[in-house]
Design a protein around this ligand. Structure first.
Ligand code: SF4
Length: 358
C-alpha cells in the first residue's frame, strides 16, 4: 500500500507527534464517539508491532483504556506478536481489541517474503492460544487469481485460521503503482489496466473462496467484510450496517444475523440532521432500501455518520452494486436495473435540492 501513499521507500517508522497528543487528537476529533467509533491504530502500512512502534501502540491502548473507553480497536499486523504482547492486551479492561493477521498463503517471494509469512503464522498461533478478551482474525488477503486461488493454497490458509475467532477475506488493490512495481519484478498481474480505488474480488473468486471454506469443513466463520468479522468476534451488530446489503450475509452465522437484523434501523430525518449538524456537514440525503444516499461528502466524512447510525451511507458518485459492495467492478457486471436505480436516486435528490432552494 505504501506504493500509492508515496512512502514505499520509508522503511523506518517516524514518530510524528507525541503519544498523549495523538490520544487527545483522536478523542477530540469531531467524528469520534466514545464507545461507538471503531478505531484502527497505525493504518497506513506501519505495522503496529514493529519494535519501534510497539511501545507507542501500547501507550495509546493504555491511554484510551484508562479513560474507560470501550470502543472496538482494530490492529492489523503481519509481524511478531509474543506471549508478553498478548498478556499486555489481555490486561486491558475496557477497549475491545481485535488482532487481524494478514496472511495470503502466497509463496512467490517476489510478492510475499516467506520468512515474513512464517512470522505471521507463529504470531497468529500465539494470539489464538492466548487471546480471551482479545479477539483474533485471520485476514486472508490479497486473494488474486493465479497467485493463491488454487485448492491447496486455499486449504492451507483455511487451516491456518482454524483457531481464530473469524476469517475475513478480500482482494488486491489494483493500482497503477502496485501493478507497475510487481510487473517490474516479473510478476504476472492478472488484471488489465482498469485501475480502481477499490479492491478487486471478481465474482468467480468470491465463489471459489466460499466453496473452499465450505469444503474444508471449517467451523470458524468466514466474512467478506472486516467490520463483520470484528463484530461477530465481539458479539455485537455490524457497526457499518452491512445488514442493509443482504447478499453479504449469506455466509454469516444465524445468531449474528439475528443481532444485525434486530439492530438495523433506517435513520429518522431528525437523527441524521443532528449528526450532520454536530459534524458540520451538509449533504442532500435519500433513504433507499438498506442504505442512505448522500452526495459530496468524502469517505472520511461519511464513515462517522455510518458508524453513529449503524446504517450504510453511500455517495451517489461512488455507488455500490450487488455482489461488488466495496469492490472494484473487475469481474462484476452491474444490472441495468441497478444502474437505473442510481440514476433515479440522483434525480430524486436533485429534485429535493431544488425544493430546498425554493
Ligand atoms: S449479518 Fe451481515 S451485516 Fe451482520 S455481521 Fe453478518 S455479514 Fe455482516
Amino acid at each position: 500500500m505504501r506504493h500509492f501513499w508515496g512512502n514505499f521507500e520509508v522503511k523506518t517508522p517516524q514518530l510524528l507527534i507525541p503519544t498523549p497528543q495523538a490520544i487527545d487528537m483522536l478523542t477530540g476529533h469531531p467524528g469520534f464517539r466514545p464507545h461507538v467509533t471503531p478505531v484502527q491504530l497505525f493504518n497506513k502500512a506501519t505495522d503496529p508491532f514493529l519494535p519501534g512502534v510497539k511501545p507507542h501502540l501500547f501507550d495509546v491502548l493504555r491511554g484510551l483504556d484508562e479513560r474507560g473507553l470501550t470502543n472496538l480497536v482494530l490492529l492489523i499486523t503481519r509481524f511478531r506478536v509474543t506471549d508478553a504482547d498478548m498478556a499486555a492486551l489481555e490486561q486491558l479492561r475496557n477497549l475491545r481489541v481485535t488482532l487481524l493477521f494478514t496472511y495470503s498463503g502466497i509463496t512467490d517471494p517476489r510478492v510475499e517474503p516467506i520468512a515474513k509469512s512464517a512470522i505471521t503464522l507463529t504470531s497468529l498461533a500465539t494470539a489464538c492460544r492466548a487471546g480471551t478478551r482479545t479477539k483474533v482474525i485471520l485476514y486472508w488477503r490479497p486473494i488474486v487469481p493465479g497467485w493463491n486461488d488454487d485448492p491447496a493454497t486455499m486449504a492451507r490458509v483455511l487451516d491456518a485460521g482454524r483457531d481464530a475467532d473469524a476469517i475475513v477475506f478480500t482482494g488486491y488493490y489494483h493500482k497503477e503503482q502496485n501493478a507497475g512495481y510487481l510487473r517490474s519484478l516479473g510478476v504476472e498481474v492478472p488484471y488489465a489496466d482498469g485501475y480502481d480505488r477499490r479492491k478487486v474480488m471478481p465474482a468467480e473468486v468470491d465463489e471459489k473462496v466460499i466453496a473452499a471454506w465450505r469444503a474444508s469443513g471449517a467451523t470458524v466463520p468466514l466474512f467478506r467484510k472486516t467490520s463483520c468479522g470484528v463484530c461477530f468476534a465481539h458479539g455485537v451488530p455490524d457497526y457499518n450496517g452491512h445488514w442493509g446489503v443482504s447478499e453479504l450475509c449469506d455466509i454469516c452465522p444465524q445468531t449474528q444475523r439475528a443481532l444485525c437484523r434486530d439492530a438495523h434501523r433506517p435513520p429518522t430525518a431528525g437523527q441524521l440532521r443532528r449528526i450532520l449538524d454536530q459534524l458540520g456537514y451538509d449533504t442532500p440525503a435519500l433513504l433507499d432500501g438498506g442504505h442512505l444516499w448522500t452526495n459530496g461528502l468524502t469517505e472520511q466524512q461519511r464513515y462517522p455518520i455510518q458508524h453513529q447510525l449503524g446504517f450504510q451511507v453511500w455517495d451517489l458518485d461512488l455507488p455500490h452494486f450487488a455482489h461488488a459492495h466495496g469492490r472494484s467492478l473487475h469481474g462484476h457486471q452491474p444490472g441495468e436495473q441497478e444502474l437505473a436505480d442510481v440514476a433515479a436516486a440522483r434525480e430524486r435528490m436533485a429534485m429535493q435540492a431544488r425544493f430546498d432552494d425554493d
